[in-house]
Design a protein around this ligand. Structure first.
Ligand code: HEM
Length: 190
C-alpha cells in the first residue's frame, strides 16, 4: 500500500485489483500446489521415502508436483484473433480457446511415463505456470512457498498418513484443480 515510484503510487482501484490478484492468482493456486503435492506423496510411499532420504531433492520434487497434479487445470481463456492451426485442426478467428495445462503435463510425447510420480524427474518442461508472455509472474514465489511448506512438514513430522475414512473431494471448478480439504494424521519422529 505504501509502495511508490517518485511521485506515483497505486490508485485505490489499482490497490483493489492487486489485492484481488494476490488472493486469486497467488493464494488458491499455491494452496493447491501444497495440497495436491502432499496427496501425491501420500499415495506414493516410495516417492515420499525417497524425498525424506534426500531433502535436497525438494526443488525437483516441487516441479514434479506442479506437473503431476497441476494447481490449474487450464490457462485463462483466450479468443483467437485470426485463424490458428494446431496440429490437424484449424481454429477459426473469434473462437474461445481453453488450453488444458494438466493434459499437456501428462503428454507421453513430452514426458517419460507421465502418469507416474517421479520426484527425481530430471527433465520436466511442464506448463503448470503457463507459457510465453503471460507466464506466471509469481512462479519463483510459488516454488519457494511449496518448498518451505512441504519441506517443513516432512522435517517436522516423521509419520504422515491419509485418514482412511475420509472421502476426498475436488472443488467444482473448471480452472482450479484442488481438494476441498485434505485431512491427514500427523505423528512425531520417534
Ligand atoms: C503454484 C502456484 C501458481 C500456479 C500454478 C500459477 C499458474 C499460473 C498460470 C498457468 C498463469 C498463466 C495463465 C494464462 O496464461 O492464461 C499464471 C499467470 C499469473 N500468475 Fe500465477 N500461478 C501460481 C502462483 C502465483 C503467485 C504466488 C502469484 C503472485 C503473487 C501469481 C501471479 C500471477 C500473475 C500476475 C499472472 C499473470 C501474468 C500475465 O498475464 O502476464 N501466480 N499463473
Amino acid at each position: 500500500m505504501h509502495a511508490s515510484d517518485v511521485d506515483d503510487r497505486l490508485s485505490h482501484s489499482e490497490l483493489v485489483a492487486t489485492s484481488f490478484l494476490l488472493i486469486v492468482a497467488g493464494y488458491e493456486t499455491t494452496v493447491n500446489l501444497i495440497g495436491n503435492g502432499v496427496l501425491a506423496l501420500l499415495r506414493n510411499p516410495a516417492q515420499l521415502a525417497a524425498l525424506r532420504a534426500d531433502p535436497t531433492g525438494l526443488p525437483t520434487a516441487v516441479e514434479e508436483f506442479l506437473r503431476f497434479e497441476s494447481p490449474l487445470n487450464t490457462a485463462t481463456t483466450r479468443i483467437t484473433t485470426e485463424p490458428v492451426r494446431v496440429g490437424d485442426v484449424e481454429i477459426p478467428a473469434g473462437q474461445l480457446v481453453l488450453v488444458a495445462l494438466l493434459g499437456a503435463n501428462h503428454d507421453w510425447r513430452q514426458f517419460d511415463a507421465p502418469d507416474r510420480l517421479d520426484v527425481t524427474r530430471a527433465t520436466n518442461p511442464h506448463l503448470a505456470f503457463g507459457h510465453g508472455i503471460h507466464h506466471c509472474l509469481g512462479a519463483p514465489l510459488a516454488r519457494l512457498e511449496g518448498e518451505i511448506a512441504i519441506g517443513r512438514l516432512l522435517a517436522r513430522f516423521g509419520h504422515i498418513s491419509l485418514d482412511d475414512n475420509i472421502i476426498l473431494r475436488y472443488r467444482g471448478s473448471v480452472l482450479m484443480r484442488g481438494l476441498t480439504a485434505l485431512p491427514i494424521r500427523l505423528g512425531e519422529f520417534r
